[in-house]
Design a protein around this ligand. Structure first.
Ligand SMILES: NC(=O)C1=CN([C@@H]2O[C@H](COP(=O)(O)OP(=O)(O)OC[C@H]3O[C@@H](n4cnc5c(N)ncnc54)[C@H](O)[C@@H]3O)[C@@H](O)[C@H]2O)C=CC1
Ligand SMILES: O=C(O)[C@H]1O[C@H](OP(=O)(O)OP(=O)(O)OC[C@H]2O[C@@H](n3ccc(=O)[nH]c3=O)[C@H](O)[C@@H]2O)[C@H](O)[C@@H](O)[C@@H]1O
Length: 444
């Protein structure tokens, strides 16, 4: 089938490459002409494992192409995906201007039936707004063209995006139109060979399902972080508690890891947006507010633990050099949006400390965000980040941080102080080796 996708970010590009890989003919369109130029030269705008080869193969085999020409993208296919950003507005609600802009562009250029599929994460009721925006333009054009609006939220995770898209737990499709339903069934047919993964429902339920999933996952994390903070004050070990509760299948082992707070471009904004949706209809979403508040506090915990170690006086960190391992908001991505590392680093600068950081892939992103600064050194590798440092803080659980050479660390950083935001090591072992090891939910 022919497909056009508006937006070549994480969702648009991964969806485009995966849909092409199963045999569809996909045109990815973006208003960012530079991005499209880079894609046409074989360069990827994002770092996502496996995406470069997937894109290259499908481009070479003629199933995937890129364009910044709106009219061309509208003409290319009857299936039109919207996969643009929905960033938070000033009050935390989702800003729909990019979604509406795409809908309007489609309406301006369409000359036959289209199914307009929204893949961006949008509040309940957005499909109605998209419908009205398209109708208005068609009316202005005096064009009588039939179209359908479908909600098809995306559940992929950065760092595992291709596997998530190709083997989804479920495909949610919200539509009331039999014609659109038949097209969506055909489109996702290759993903349903073994068992039917597509769940059809009404549009509003599909829109809410996306926020429900992210809010539920964020709630699990904030719950564990709250419990971790309790555990360390009660002399318990959150890692024992986590394993203890996870073996109950009603609770499960997934997404129960305490840490230095959830980041990324989605959980923080989506919990906030759902809270705003609730407020707009006069409902006080107390649990969602608590999930967000707990997370905001958790993101400051590494700095607090560090400051506490150095005496908690206002100037206790001034002049210190702090090594930071991990800048991305999670492993296997270079994305630093809402990353806990940023809250730590900015607080360290505020306190007069110098930061020496290393991340396996997010160094360029860090350079782009912070530029050149006297108090920010991006190290060649994880060990050189430690030279002359007063402490090491771990923000992201990259695989290569899990079993470091502790002798090498001690040689470069004689202070032997580690503040671990991801609970990578056994406290007892490090204590025996003479380390001061402060982690999450295990001791104060
Ligand atoms: N990043 C993720 O892992 C996931 C994101 N989502 C949701 O998907 C949506 C997109 O997210 P990302 O891909 O991360 O965004 P992104 O910010 O990485 O990419 C959005 C792209 O849309 C382009 N764009 C903006 N206006 C446009 C227009 N009028 N026509 C064509 N292109 C346009 C931008 O230039 C940009 O390249 C958001 O609603 C997000 O919440 C959903 C699941 C996973
Ligand atoms: O809507 C979205 O954009 C996506 O948001 C999340 O995906 P993502 O943000 O890429 O990454 P996650 O693996 O969910 O991690 C989010 C944050 O939670 C943290 N986390 C995760 C799991 C855990 O147990 N503990 C924990 O602190 C991670 O470190 C990270 O900062 C969801 O997992 C995806 O299903 C969803 O499609």
């Amino acid at each position: 089938m022919k497909i056009s996708i508006f937006g070549t970010g994480y969702v648009g590009l991964v969806s485009g490459a995966c849909l092409a890989d199963v045999g569809h003919n996909v045109l990815c369109m973006d208003v960012d002409a530079q991005k499209i130029d880079r894609l046409n030269q074989g360069e990827l705008p994002i770092w996502e494992p496996g995406l470069d080869t997937l894109v290259a193969r499908n481009v070479e085999e003629g199933r995937l192409s890129f364009s910044s020409d709106v009219e061309h993208a509208v003409q290319h296919a009857d299936i039109q995906f919207i996969a643009v950003g929905t960033p938070p507005d000033e009050d935390g609600s989702a800003d729909l201007k990019y979604v509406i802009a795409v809908a309007e562009s489609i309406a301006r250029h369409m000359d036959r039936y289209k199914v307009i599929i929204n893949k961006s994460t949008v509040p309940v009721g957005t499909a109605d707004k998209v419908q009205k925006a398209v109708e208005q333009i068609l009316e202005n054009r005096n064009a009588k063209i039939y179209f359908d609006i479908v909600s098809n939220p995306e559940f992929l995770k950065e760092g595992a995006a291709i596997a998530d898209f190709l083997k989804p737990d479920r495909i949610i499709v919200g539509t009331g139109s039999p014609r659109a339903q038949a097209l969506m069934k055909e489109l996702y047919e290759p993903f349903n060979r073994n068992h039917e993964r597509t769940q059809f429902m009404d549009v509003r339920s599909a829109e809410l399902t996306k926020y429900a999933a992210n809010a539920m996952l964020a709630t699990k994390i904030s719950f564990m972080n709250e419990l971790a903070n309790l555990a360390e004050r009660l002399g318990a070990d959150i890692e024992e508690v986590r394993k203890g509760i996870s073996s109950d299948p009603r609770i499960g082992f997934h997404f129960n890891y305490p840490g230095c707070g959830y980041g990324g471009s989605c959980f923080p904004k989506d919990v906030q947006a759902l809270e705003r949706t609730a407020a707009q209809i006069g409902y006080d979403a107390q649990l969602l507010k608590a999930v967000e508040a707990v997370n905001n506090r958790q993101k400051t915990i590494l700095f607090s633990k560090l400051a506490k170690h150095f005496g908690d006086a206002p100037d206790s960190l001034a002049g210190k050099t702090i090594a930071v391992w991990g800048l991305a908001f999670k492993p296997n991505t270079d994305d630093m949006r809402e990353a806990p590392s940023r809250v730590l680093i900015e607080a360290l600068w505020e306190a007069g400390a110098k930061v020496q950081a290393f991340d396996p892939v997010a160094m360029n992103e860090a350079r782009r965000i912070y530029g050149m600064r006297q108090d920010f050194h991006l190290a060649e590798d994880k060990y050189s980040a430690l030279n002359y440092a007063d402490a090491l803080v771990i923000c992201t659980e990259w695989q290569q941080f899990r079993a470091p050479d502790f002798d090498e660390i001690a040689t470069r950083m004689p202070s032997k102080l580690i503040i671990d935001g991801r609970n990578l090591f056994q406290p007892d072992r490090l204590k025996t080796l003479g380390w001061t090891y402060v982690s999450i939910g295990r001791e104060i």
